[in-house]
Ligand binder design. Structure first.
Ligand code: ASP
Ligand code: MG
Length: 421
């Protein structure tokens, strides 16, 4: 017997027929003797609809009331699933965020879970009742409803799994796992059996939108084993059909057990959500760069890639960097407002860029990963506009139009293509 958290996303909960499928799947896991807590999303599209109502009610809506409104989508699906389970002969009850409670910090619309009371929850689960918990919602110290930010029900599921010390947190979604790259771009992308928390964090933050990034960070911190799998596959199929997200030690142990070699690169991600800014002819003197990035940091704008050329003769330099596309206009305004202090000539922006990243814990112990990337792109005439690296990731900025080509050639170059069928 194991204690398992099962999480179902919005597509899996969209309508009664799908909720019945979810209930059947839960019933199957319960019938194998497991203790089960289920965390659910609102029906696909409902949260967007609710957000729309808030904006219509008042452009400057009260965030506390926004949370009351948007948290309701999950209240509906948790009640419906508990009802459906009971109708199928599976004992179940719903536990709303404020009933457990799931306590969060004081931050409407972007709260973080601080702790979860589990005494009543565990007693009920031990007595054989499936616990159905709405994702996304919690309660602040002042008793008001809070929500965890869009996509937050993944984080709810991981937080519940950590709190009840679940053996696994299974996240059912509309894809059947994590892939080496976007299967819509590369037909021969492969589903990964295992990926480490760190790799998943990097992949999630650069565009592989399977899980909310925050949920992966929490799983890593709490050591929760997460499995990503499809809610549309046959529920009775073989054990662990999805992708397991584990620690590097667990990955090593598994590879040894299966006598498998570790791959150099685990996955390739692309991200079109960044914009490039070039600040030209900045004085090449101490404090110049600080005067550019200080105002952006104060405005909580996340700068990602940065290049600064050292100009030996000119005593002036161009500074190139990327910011989220959504923050581009604000960034330019801020820089213009500080033009006198920074002392630049002009600002050039470009939104037609894409960031391509190769990710893998294997690159820690291997040289030449970046060189292979640059050579592969050069062979196809793809120009690199900026570069950034971490211990397990190399990212390059390229022309947006070349995204698909770059992903394809890199997938082949690192030996990730599935064997031809
Ligand atoms: N329903 C919420 C949203 O759409 C939370 C979630 O589904 O993860 O953002
Ligand atoms: Mg989601």
């Amino acid at each position: 017997m194991a204690r398992i958290v099962m999480k179902f996303g919005g597509t899996s909960m969209a309508g009664m027929e799908r909720i019945r499928n979810v209930a059947a799947r839960v019933k199957h896991v319960v019938s194998q003797g497991n203790e089960v807590a289920v965390v659910v999303s609102a029906m696909a599209g409902d949260t967007d609809r609710l957000v729309g109502f808030c904006k219509e009610a008042s452009p400057l809506y009260d965030p506390a009331e926004y949370d009351v409104v948007v948290a309701s989508g999950e209240q509906v699906t948790s009640g419906l699933l508990a009802m459906t389970l009971k109708a199928m002969g599976v004992d179940a009850r719903s536990w709303l965020g404020w009933q457990l409670p799931i306590r969060t910090v004081e931050a409407h619309a972007k709260a973080r879970v601080s702790d979860i009371d589990t005494i009543d929850l565990l007693a009920s689960m031990r007595a054989g009742k499936v616990a159905v918990i709405p994702g996304f919602q919690g309660m602040m110290a002042d008793g008001r409803v809070s929500t965890l930010g869009r996509g937050g029900s993944d984080t709810s599921a991981v937080a519940v799994a950590a709190a009840i010390k679940a053996d696994r947190c299974d996240i059912y979604t509309d894809v059947d796992g994590v892939y080496t790259t976007d299967p819509r771009i590369v037909a021969r992308a492969r589903k990964l059996d295992l990926v480490t928390y760190e790799e998943m964090l990097e992949l999630a933050s650069v565009g592989a939108k399977v899980l909310q990034t925050r949920s992966v960070g929490l799983a890593m911190k709490e050591g929760v084993v997460v499995q990503v799998l499809s809610s549309f596959d046959d529920p009775a199929q073989t054990d662990l059909p999805g992708t397991l997200i584990v620690s590097e030690e667990e990955l090593e142990a598994k590879l040894k057990e299966d006598k498998m070699e570790r791959q150099l690169i685990t996955g390739i991600a692309h991200d079109k959500n960044e914009a490039k800014i070039i600040v030209t002819r900045v004085p090449d003197k101490p404090g110049a760069v600080a005067s550019i990035f200080g105002p952006l940091a104060d405005a909580a704008i996340n700068v990602d890639m940065i290049i600064q050329n050292d100009s030996k003769e000119k005593e002036e330099t161009d500074v190139t960097f990327t910011v989220p596309r959504a923050d581009l206009a604000r960034s330019v305004d801020l820089l213009e407002a500080h033009k006198d202090t920074i002392g630049f000539r002009r600002i050039i922006t470009d939104v037609e860029v894409a960031k391509i990243s190769v990710v893998g814990v294997g690159m820690r112990s291997h040289a030449g990963v970046a060189a292979t990337m640059f050579k592969t792109l050069a062979d196809r005439g793809i120009n690199i506009e900026a570069i950034s690296t971490s211990e397990i990731k190399v990212s390059v900025l390229i022309d947006e139009d070349e995204t698909e080509l770059a992903v394809r050639v890199l997938h082949t170059a690192y030996g990730l293509d599935a064997p031809a069928a």
